[in-house]
Structure formats: structure tokens, C-alpha cells
Ligand binder design. Structure first.
Ligand code: ADP
Ligand code: ZN
Length: 215
């Protein structure tokens, strides 16, 4: 099974991807995490993409597709894409890639949340600096302030989770990523789920959608 998670920044893609990849033994691929790791490790790709991430702009499609193909070359598990594709060109690139592997996307799950709640969520989001677990100071705070429940490392505020860049990312989403909903609706594998609920409930609804629609 190959899945794509689609939705606004802050709609819960990363949180759901972590739950679902465990539940269904899928390989979780987050282009955002890949880029942030590359930036932290100061690799050549990290240097190339760093300006895009801090400004909240999209990394060029060609580079994104190269990174994805390199990562997936030897991967045989089902795939769960989080934060990719983000443009129609990326979606077409992904379709071509799957065709070359004799595979397809079984479902595109759209996490439906309204714009205002996304702004609030991103501002109160904190991420573990080590294991990347995601917290929300308002709805799912850590037991000990500033520290990860799972591994004890410090929580951090992502550089792009500040008001100006959040606004830019939402604009970019509307312009470049929202058209993907129509693209996938046309292909007949698009499933909206209400993303504004408790993460475990969202995950259960997604699991039910997959059970009923994907063989
Ligand atoms: P969010 O969905 O909360 O914005 P991500 O971690 O998915 O967070 O993405 C963070 C940033 O990484 C984006 O704003 C963009 O600069 C870059 N990025 C991630 N995925 C892609 C992609 N598929 N195409 C282009 N840029 C990307
Ligand atoms: Zn942690």
C-alpha cells in the first residue's frame, strides 16, 4: 500500500504519518524532515535548500524529485508520503516514478482543517530536537516542560514556525499545493478526513477509510 497525506502546513500530516506508518508498517518519508536533517548535517543539499525552508518557500521540484528517488531506490516497503508531493509537477513526477516501479498510489488522504486553526497550531507546535516527536503546548504538552516524553531531549520551535513565515507557507499552500486536491479527485483516490479532532481519532478514521477503500 502506498499513501499520500495532503493538507495545510500544521494540519497534522507529521503526527498522522508517525501513527499510520507504525500501524501499517509503511516507510514514512517526510521531505521536510529530510531537508531539515540535511541542513543540520550541512550537506550539499542542506546548503542548497536552507534558504527556501527559512523563507517558507518551496524547494525546486527537480531537486525534490531527485531526493525522493535517491531515498526510495532500495526501499521495498509500502510508502507513506508526508509533505510530498506539493505541486502538480511533483505529483506527475511521482506518478511516473511509480509507473516505472509497476506501482501506484492507493490513497491520498486529505486532512481537512480550517486556516485559522492551522495558524494557532503552528505557533504552539514544538518538536523534539532528537527523535522529532511533535507536541502542541495547548493540546498535547510534554509532561516536563521543554523536554521530550519519549527521549528526554530538548523541544525546539521550528525556525519556520514564526508568524511571518507561517503566513507565507499558507499562501504557498493555497497557490501551489491546493490544486493537488482537484488533481487527485480526478484520479479517484482522494479521501478527505476531518483533521481538527484528537490525533488518535483522526488516525482511526483514516484506518477505517483505508480498510473500506484499499484492497
Ligand atoms: P509543513 O507541512 O508544516 O510546512 P514540512 O516539514 O512538510 O512542514 O515542510 C517544511 C518546508 O520544507 C517547506 O516550507 C518547504 O520549504 C520545504 N519542503 C518540504 N517538502 C517539500 C516539497 N515536497 N517540495 C518543496 N519544498 C518542500
Ligand atoms: Zn524525543
Amino acid at each position: 500500500m502506498n499513501l499520500v497525506l495532503l493538507g495545510y502546513p500544521g494540519s497534522g500530516k507529521g503526527t498522522q504519518a508517525k501513527i499510520l506508518s507504525g500501524k501499517f508498517s509503511l516507510f514514512h518519508i517526510s521531505t521536510g524532515d529530510i531537508f531539515r536533517e540535511a541542513i543540520a548535517a550541512k550537506t550539499q543539499i542542506g546548503v542548497e535548500v536552507s534558504g527556501y525552508l527559512s523563507a517558507g518557500r518551496l524547494v525546486p521540484d527537480k531537486l525534490v524529485l531527485e531526493v525522493i528517488k535517491t531515498r526510495l531506490a532500495k526501499e521495498t516497503r509500502g510508502l507513506l508520503f508526508d509533505g510530498f508531493p506539493r505541486t502538480v509537477d511533483q505529483a506527475q513526477g511521482l506518478d511516473d516514478y511509480f509507473a516505472s516501479r509497476g506501482q501506484c498510489i492507493d490513497a491520498v488522504v486529505f486532512l481537512d482543517v480550517d486556516e485559522e486553526s492551522v495558524v494557532g497550531r503552528l505557533g504552539s507546535r514544538r518538536t523534539c530536537s532528537k527523535c522529532l516527536k511533535i507536541y502542541n503546548l495547548l493540546t498535547s504538552p510534554p509532561a516536563k516542560e521543554g523536554l521530550c516524553d519519549s527521549c528526554g531531549a530538548k523541544l525546539m520551535l521550528r525556525e519556520d514556525d514564526n508568524p511571518d513565515v507561517i503566513r507565507r507557507r499558507i499562501g504557498v499552500y493555497k497557490d501551489q499545493t491546493e490544486p493537488l486536491a482537484a488533481y487527485y479527485k480526478g484520479l479517484g483516490n482522494f479521501y478527505p478526513v476531518k483533521g481538527g479532532q484528537d490525533p488518535e481519532i483522526v488516525a482511526a478514521e483514516i484506518a477505517a477509510v483505508l480498510k473500506n477503500n484499499v484492497k
